[in-house]
Design a protein around this ligand. Structure first.
Ligand code: ASP
Length: 324
């Protein structure tokens, strides 16, 4: 057999093998890596969908937290995993911003992953410890401008959503705050509640209960419109900071080379999970909403990632913030 015929025969066999592999998928548990600490906003979203996806797939989708380096450690772990559909990544906007923020990222963002679909888009809130002096957002802005060098701002490392929002705020206020990085805003919230750090930008999926319970202070939302959940909270635009606008989209990825049928199976399962009324209710209680069926597709996530890398690149370059 000639070499070209042999290659043809091998690839034909592989094409036949892929659907057969996908048909039986999944035959064992699937690990969903969350690149932040347990108990934080991304973990909360992941556990909500993983539970419903487990029911649909007939196998457990186990959430594993691999926090650190703003989400890049966990993403790097998935980039290196076998592309067999048994390791997936649930990450957020940090997947796009890290591509510019890190000079030596351990993976090539646009070529190391395949796509399953978008999950949700979460608003952020500017919050502070309960006894933080300013009474409202205008007072917060003046206070932070005047005392920036004495204030600490928690985040989940360079590449985290809390870092991005903090970076936009420091740029808008022209004040360098002392940042305190955590493996996720779950542990950062513990310190904010304890008063060990002063301020943070965090997603409603991690702040809603505390704001409602009065255990932290909320100042503004980073969305163009006020949230139904907190109608009294002004937007950053109303507060004169139109550049501090960001919402935290989340998506599910697989390692590059995962059979397309497997990604489609996971996408169908994600769509079912997001259509579940209990998921929609839980998300609404946390100030967010499930992605639509059209958004929960490989094509939509790929397009989102590409457009968001392009969108944030000039913003990050203007801020001049980088990590190695
Ligand atoms: N999403 C991160 C977490 O789950 C926090 C962040 O990105 O700021 O901890």
């Amino acid at each position: 057999m000639s070499v070209s015929k042999l290659i043809g025969a091998v690839s034909a066999a592989m094409m036949l093998a892929a659907p057969a592999f996908a048909q039986g998928y999944p035959e064992r548990q699937v690990t969903m890596i969350v690149p932040f600490a347990a108990g934080g906003p991304t973990d909360t979203v992941a556990r909500l969908v993983a539970e419903r996806m487990s029911a649909d797939l007939g196998q457990q989708v186990i959430v594993e937290n691999v926090g650190g380096a703003g989400g890049t450690l966990g993403a790097g772990q998935v980039a290196k995993a076998d592309p067999d559909g048994y390791t997936v990544l649930l990450h957020h906007i940090g997947m796009a911003t890290s591509d510019t923020l890190y000079r030596n990222l351990a993976y090539d963002t646009e070529n190391a992953f395949d796509y399953v679909g978008l999950v949700t888009d979460v608003p952020m809130v500017v919050v502070a410890r309960k006894d933080f002096e300013p009474a409202d957002f205008p007072a917060f802005v003046s206070y932070v401008k005047a005392n920036g060098d004495k204030l600490t701002m928690a985040n989940a490392g360079i590449g985290a959503a809390s870092h991005l929002c903090g970076m936009l705020m420091m740029q808008a206020l022209d004040v360098p705050l002392v940042t305190v990085p955590y493996k996720g805003t779950g542990p950062a919230m513990t310190d904010l509640l304890g008063g060990q750090v002063d301020i943070m930008c965090d997603q409603t999926t991690n702040t809603t209960q505390q704001i409602k319970g009065g255990t932290i202070k909320a100042y503004a939302v980073t969305m163009p419109e006020r949230l139904a959940l907190f109608p009294d909270l002004p937007t950053t635009i109303e507060g004169g900071l139109p550049d501090v606008q960001v919402s935290i989209w989340h998506g599910i990825y697989t390692p590059k080379g995962t059979p397309a049928e497997v990604n489609q199976r996971l996408s169908a399962s994600l769509q079912k999970a997001l259509a579940d009324e209990s998921v929609a209710t839980s998300m609404a209680e946390l100030g967010t909403a499930p992605a639509t069926a059209e958004q929960a597709t490989p094509e939509a996530l790929k397009a989102k990632l590409e457009s968001e890398i392009a969108r944030w690149k000039p913003v990050i370059e203007a801020a001049g913030v980088y990590a190695d």
